[in-house]
Design a protein around this ligand. Structure first.
Ligand code: NAP
Ligand code: F7E
Length: 328
């Protein structure tokens, strides 16, 4: 039997890069789907480009997806590509819907047409719970999205279930709670705080502007979450799973630990910027990952404090190296 092949959409993102590493370690042939750009954004996969194949296609272009599956013939497809930043979904709601919602149907249609035996993973999100209807949230908790991003993800979630029920496709939806790492996009709050704290400690900036410090999230460590995605596609039957830590913390606590780790008090440096408040906020999210633990044998091991320290240490190392003699 030949090497098992996995196709990852969104391979240039945080999760795509960790998932590629995870699958390479399991001897997969890994193919990453990338969209055409005038400059390549391969920063997160630079260390992998000799071991993976990259193929151009776009979630907005149906035929490119069909052709891609025909060329690559994967056994597993991980659909991680999306417009994933919640504030941008308020300023670009239609584009977010095209990528994050309809893009899922385009990929599922390609699977159905080319090879319905392909196992399909959809990157669903705790943002679908939004204004939470119960705490903690399980696979049975009713949804109440609070942003165009959350609404788009909910469409992707249900269309995945629909293709499973209508066509018998092995399609799983992973409802992942926030997961972070030094590879997180810079605009997300954890990376922004880690980077800000490190730069302030090194004398490179004076303060950090943030929005709602009272928002609480169930934050985990991204490299552990891609293992849950892979496990979902190795079961006898497809299902949907909540993936999180079962612990939540506020943005304020993240600041306290991040700045404290560098011997600083966040209250001396963090400023509220009302421009960063959202038109509708998700105040609190908390996972009950029992099904993932019991059925997939998955559980996270990195604590919240460790996660914050990993991110702050990575930023400190980066900015120490890039600090110029003028202190900029
Ligand atoms: P990310 O870092 O923002 O990466 C998104 C990826 O999608 C990038 O590789 C991006 O490519 C690609 N992409 C966007 N639009 C595309 C298009 N039209 N065609 C092809 N590729 C496109 O996201 P992440 O944090 O790794 O998250 C991975 C997935 O999980 C996303 O779907 C996200 O919504 C979802 N999710 C994330 C979390 C979390 O806490 N991280 C939690 C739940 C769900 P470029 O490099 O070209 O921009
Ligand atoms: O915000 C608050 C903000 O942008 C977290 C995506 O991966 O996880 C992510 O979505 C909280 C919010 O992530 C700032 O109001 C305060 O309450 O880091 P975030 P998110 O919106 O939870 C889910 C699961 C996904 O699926 C998404 O793709 O932090 N907050 N001050 C701030 N947030 C940002 N970005 N910037 C601030 O200055």
């Amino acid at each position: 039997m030949g090497q098992r092949c996995a196709l990852i959409t969104g391979i240039t993102g945080q999760d795509g890069s960790y998932l590629a590493e995870h699958l390479l370690a399991r001897d997969y042939r890994v193919v990453g789907m990338v969209r055409r750009a005038s400059t390549e954004s391969f920063e997160r996969i630079a260390h992998l480009v000799d071991r993976i194949e990259l193929e151009q296609a776009d979630l907005l272009d149906q035929l490119s997806l069909v052709n891609l599956l025909q060329r690559v013939r994967p056994a597993e497809v991980y659909n991680l590509a999306a417009q994933s930043f919640v504030p941008t979904s308020f300023s670009q709601p239609l584009l977010t819907g095209e990528f994050t919602a309809l893009g899922v149907t385009r990929m599922l249609e390609a699977v159905r047409l080319v090879d319905p035996e392909i196992r399909f993973y959809q990157a669903s999100s705790s943002e679908m719970f939004g204004k939470v209807q119960e705490t903690p949230q399980t696979e049975q908790t009713p949804f109440y999205p609070r942003s165009p991003y959350g609404v788009a993800k909910l469409y992707g979630h249900w269309i995945t279930i629909n293709y499973r029920e209508s066509y018998g496709i092995y399609a799983c939806s992973g409802i992942l709670f926030n997961h972070e790492s030094p590879r997180r996009g810079r605009e997300f709050v954890t990376r922004k705080i880690a980077e800000g704290a490190a730069r302030i400690a090194l004398g490179l900036q004076e303060d950090l502007r943030l929005g709602n410090l009272d928002a609480r999230r169930d934050w985990g460590y991204a490299p552990e979450y891609v293992d849950a995605m892979w496990r979902m596609l190795q079961q006898d039957a497809p299902a949907d799973y909540v993936v999180g830590t079962g612990e939540y913390h506020s943005c304020r606590e993240f600041c306290e630990i991040a700045f404290g780790h560098l011997g600083l008090d966040y209250r001396d440096h963090v400023r509220l910027d009302p421009e960063l408040l959202r038109p509708a906020e998700v105040e609190t999210l908390l996972a009950d990952p029992s099904r993932a633990r019991e059925s997939l044998g998955w559980s996270p091991t990195t604590s919240f404090e460790e996660l914050v320290r990993i991110m702050v240490d990575a930023e400190t190392a980066h900015w120490r190296e890039h600090k110029d003699p003028a202190g900029r």
